[in-house]
Each structure stands twice: as structure tokens, then as C-alpha cells.
Design a protein around this ligand. Structure first.
Ligand code: FRU
Length: 542
């Protein structure tokens, strides 16, 4: 995102956005409860997620410093402590025991007169390789990007990697005295987003970082997290997306098909714009890593369009995704920012802007002869679903019509499971967050001719706040024995569709009113069957 030349950050566009925002205030605020006299305005509560993390107030973007330590998950994030727009970038902080119920903590690191604190990561320096720990406590070490301002001793706008450490389990942070620990020569305006992990086979720390506008991941190694040596670059031949930025890289191993002898490496590269759903998105590559060089396998030929690449999510709102350090059982657990730089700054939520997608577990499976990531909500989410009140529908066939489900299924925070058999229908699926008259609703449907799954948010409530908000997100997905399993996570401001038992996810923000709470099933041009359907109301996690 951060690029002085970014078109949507230019002054005229911002002015237009501001004017537009002022004009659209009446419509954006129509469903918001009005504040009682003498009470602070709670803002757009109808869009405050119940299951997804949001800060109480102000702007949030990328997840940073994801680490599991002493039984707590830490989520740090790009945060503006001063306002509800991108700026004064600092690290906000929240903690959780289960990745679903989060407690907001004091701001961990603040922008100051000479630098902003851009994205980065945290590791547990168990053996005190940095020497920054104390006799009783291993330090937590954060590597982050210093985005320099005038007076910093660096050319304003340049970026370098800095270190901060905590000896009180992540509560307070001290910046290392001799920052930055890694810079380019000459200094770059796009050198950022260090993600650090322990490379066990070599016995050293590994850092991936990017020169965002050169579309390159740069890898380094270190014995002490302070002195870094260059290893190699990862880029693509004939870069398919000139002008796009590469941001927030992450490199980690996963067993293929659950077989620990068949280990592969996954490289996540967040790319903006040029994503599969338009704007920003999370791309990944699977390959080999020998301690120095990452070699991807099955890369699309130069000149391919985004559909030939692999994506963590096929919706518009999943960016800056990375994995937790030290996650239990060595699992790859991710959190993504549920937004898109195409319109993130215009989203009409107050007094906060920005939410995190549901935490997911990644695994690697061979599908159609190619290793691919699979995605499931974290296990703790199942416990949440397990305690909700549920309507069960064993089997329901629908012929060329929309059928609204019973009153008990109405809700705005719910989990829906269904096995869809489209049979003779041309299209068949669900409508969630539907209005009484059918004018509003988010449609999730299978197209049998094209063998695609679509999330259509063209009628999902407010969309007028930005003309960059894309409407339909489509993914190729063959049926298995004529069926498709869907898990749909509905929240006040989002719909996430996990399809085909983890094969693909579509995540989109939606902006319906609180009254749009109906669930329907439908089939066009034929008959479809919905089996083993459960609609479960979820109790707010936040
Ligand atoms: C990604 C990003 C990072 C940068 C941060 C600034 O969304 O642009 O590259 O460090 O946001 O907030």
C-alpha cells in the first residue's frame, strides 16, 4: 500500500473521496442507531463484527507480529492511534486465548516525530541469541519497518528494518539502540515488511522482506536477529503485473498430504493491485527451499492472468495475510486483513475502520496432481459453532424458485453448513443477509455450466462509498460426485465462504442493514437439492 505514487493516495482523489464521503453520509448513516443525548455516538454498530477482530476505535490495516506465547495469541497490527484513516502508523495490540475472543491492549509501538512503525513480525528468542533478554525471561523480538521522516537522519520516505524487544511477554516494547538493523544501499523507499522465523535445518534466523515496487522478495539470515546477511532474491520471470507492489511476504514449511517426509515450502506474497478479485490479494507459491534459495514449482507461464496463479482467498477482502510464530503443534495459522486497498479508506464504518478475517489453518494437499493450500477456520471456531442454537434441514429440493427458510433461521451472525447438489439447475445456492422484499441479499451460488462458485455482493447493502468495490467473485470449482460442501460464516459486515472442504475461500465485506437477516435457498432453470443443512446462531465473540 504505502507508495508515495499510489494513485488512490493522490490529493485530488482524496478530496473527491472526502466530498463523496460527505455526500454519502446520509445514506451510510441511515441504519446507525442515533446516540442518546449526552452519550457518545456508538457509530455504525450494525457493521461492528461479532466474530472478527476490530479495534474499538480508529484505523487498522495489516496483522503484524503474530505470535503464540505462554498460552496467549498476540495480534499486533498497523494502527492509527490518532484517527480513523491511514496515518501515524503504529502497532496496535490485542490478545486472545482462542483466536476468537480478543482483548484490546495498549498501543505497543507508536509513530514518533522521526519515524512511523510499518509492518513486521515477532519471534520468541528462546535461547536469547540476541542477548536482549534477561536472566529470567526470553525476549520477544520484533522486526519491523521504520518509515523515516525528516529529522531521522535518513532521507524522508526511505524504509529500513528495525528491531524492538520486550522482556515482559509483549506488554511493553523498547526500540533497539542501534536501529536500523538492515537497510539497502542506497536506501530504498520500498524496502519493508520483515517476516522472521527460525530455520531449524540450518540453525539460524531467516528473514523474508520485499522491495515492494521491484516485485522481489529478499531473504536474509542471522545468528542473533541483529546482524543480517543476504541470502537470495525471489522474483518471477517476466513479472506479470508491472506497477503492482509485492508486500508482506511469508515463507514456511508444510508437510504435503500430511506426510512429514514430503515437506514443501510455501511462499506467500501479498500483491496490490492485480489480485484475483481486483485490487489487493494474497498470492502463494509452493516449492523448495534449501536454506538459501526458494524455488517455486508449477509457476504459471509469463504473461498469465491472475487466474493461473494460486490465491489464499478468491474474495476481494483478504490481504496482508501471514502466519503465527510458534503456533501450537507447528500448525500454519493465518490471519488476513479483511479489506482491500482499492477502497479500504472509504469504508463507511465509524468509529473504527478495518477488521481481521477469521483465523484459518492452512494445510498442503495434492489436488489435480498439484500441491495446493487448503483452508479451514481454526478448530476453536468449531467449538463456537458447537454451542449455538441450530436449525437442521435434512433435505430440501427447490425447482426454479427462491425459497426463504423459516423465521428461526434469521440472523446476522451465523454459521451455515450445507451440501449442495445443483442437479439440473443452471444456478443454485443461498442468499444470506436478505431483506424482506428481496432487494438486499448476498448470493452464494454454483453455476453448473461454467463449474464455478460465485459470491455476489452487488445487492449487499451499501456499495456507493466507492466505485472500486467489485461486485462478483468467481472461482472454478468442479463438483465432487455432483455435490459441493459449503461452510458460510456470516457476520454483521462480512461473508466468508469455505467451499469444497477447504479447497477454496471467498471473503467479502458486505454492508446490509441490521434488519437484513433472512436466509433463502434458490435454484434457477431446474431443480437443486440442499442436504444436511445447519444454520447456527453464533454468540458474539467480541
Ligand atoms: C501492506 C502495507 C505494508 C506496509 C503497511 C503500512 O498493506 O502497505 O507494505 O508496511 O501496509 O501501513
Amino acid at each position: 500500500m504505502y507508495d508515495p505514487q499510489r494513485p488512490n493516495r493522490s490529493k485530488p482523489r482524496r478530496l473527491a473521496a472526502w466530498l463523496f464521503a460527505m455526500l454519502s453520509v446520509s445514506s451510510a448513516a441511515y441504519a446507525a442507531p442515533s446516540a442518546l443525548p449526552g452519550e457518545a455516538d456508538a457509530g455504525t454498530t450494525q457493521w461492528r463484527p461479532a466474530l472478527h477482530y476490530t479495534p474499538q476505535r480508529n484505523w487498522m490495516n495489516d496483522p503484524n507480529g503474530l505470535v503464540f506465547y505462554k498460552g496467549l495469541y498476540h495480534l499486533f497490527y498497523q494502527y492509527n492511534p490518532e484517527g480513523n484513516a491511514w496515518g501515524n502508523m503504529s502497532w496496535g495490540h490485542a490478545t486472545s486465548h482462542d483466536l476468537l475472543h480478543w482483548s484490546e491492549q495498549p498501543v505497543a509501538m507508536r509513530a514518533n516525530d522521526t519515524e512511523e512503525i510499518f509492518s513486521g513480525s515477532i519471534v520468541v528468542d528462546e535461547h536469547n541469541t540476541s542477548g536482549l533478554g534477561t536472566a529470567n525471561s526470553s525476549p520477544l523480538i520484533a522486526l519491523y519497518t521504520s518509515a523515516y521522516k525528516a529529522g531521522s537522519g535518513h532521507r524522508p520516505g526511505t524504509q529500513a528494518q528495525s528491531l524492538a524487544y520486550s522482556t515482559d511477554d509483549g506488554k511493553t516494547w523498547r526500540q533497539y539502540a542501534r536501529n536500523p538493523v538492515l537497510t539497502l544501499n542506497p536506501e530504498s523507499k520500498n524496502f519493508r515488511d520483515p517476516k522472521v522465523s527460525w530455520y531449524a535445518p540450518g540453525g539460524y534466523w531467516l528473514m523474508t522482506t520485499v522491495v515492494a515496487d521491484a516485485q522481489v522478495v529478499k531473504m536474509y539470515r542471522s545468528n542473533n536477529l541483529i546482524d543480517w546477511d543476504f541470502l537470495s532474491d525471489f522474483s518471477l520471470p517476466g513479472i506479470p503485473h508491472q506497477g503492482a507492489l509485492w508486500e508482506m511476504p511469508d515463507l514456511f514449511p508444510l508437510p504435503l498430504d500430511g506426510d512429514s517426509r514430503q515437506q514443501k515450502w510455501v511462499m506467500i506474497v501479498n500483491v496490490n493491485p492485480w489480485s484475483i478479485a481486483g485490487g489487493s490479494g494474497a498470492m502463494y507459491f509452493v516449492g523448495r527451499f534449501d536454506g538459501r534459495t526458494f524455488t517455486p514449482e508449477n509457476v504459471a507461464p509469463p504473461g498469465s492472468d491472475p487466474s493461473r496463479y494460486q490465491w489464499l482467498d478468491h474474495g476481494a477482502d483478504y490481504y496482508a495475510a501471514g502466519t503465527f510464530a510458534n503456533a501450537p503443534d507447528g500448525k500454519a495459522v493465518t490471519i488476513g486483513w479483511m479489506s482491500n486497498w482499492d477502497y479500504a479508506e472509504r469504508i463507511p464504518t465509524t468509529p473504527w475502520k478495518g477488521a481481521m478475517a477469521l483465523p484459518r489453518v492452512l494445510a498442503l494437499k495434492t489436488v489435480d496432481g498439484v500441491p495446493q493450500l487448503t483452508f479451514e477456520p481454526v478448530l476453536q471456531y468449531e467449538s463456537l459453532v458447537g454451542v449455538g442454537s441450530t436449525t437442521r434441514i435434512k433435505e430440501l429440493s427447490v425447482s426454479s424458485r427462491v425459497r426463504e427458510l423459516g423465521q428461526l433461521t434469521r440472523g446476522v451472525v451465523q454459521n451455515i453448513e450445507v451440501t449442495l447438489s445443483p442437479h439440473s439447475a443452471e444456478r443454485a445456492g443461498l442468499v444470506v443477509r436478505g431483506s424482506a422484499n428481496g432487494d438486499v441479499g448476498t448470493r452464494i451460488f454454483y453455476d453448473t455450466t461454467n463449474q464455478t462458485l460465485t459470491l455476489d455482493r452487488s445487492m449487499s447493502g451499501e456499495t456507493g462509498f466507492s466505485n472500486a468495490i467489485s461486485k462478483q467473485h468467481i472461482v472454478n470449482l468442479p463438483l465432487v460426485n455432483g455435490k459441493l460442501h459449503l461452510t458460510v460464516v456470516v457476520d454483521r459486515n462480512s461473508v466468508e465462504v469455505f467451499a469444497g472442504h477447504g479447497r477454496t475461500v471467498i471473503t467479502d465485506l458486505v454492508f446490509p442493514s441490521a434488519h437484513d437477516n433472512r436466509v433463502s435457498v434458490f435454484a434457477d432453470g431446474g431443480t437443486a437439492t440442499f442436504s444436511d443443512m445447519t444454520i447456527t446462531h453464533l454468540v458474539a465473540a467480541n
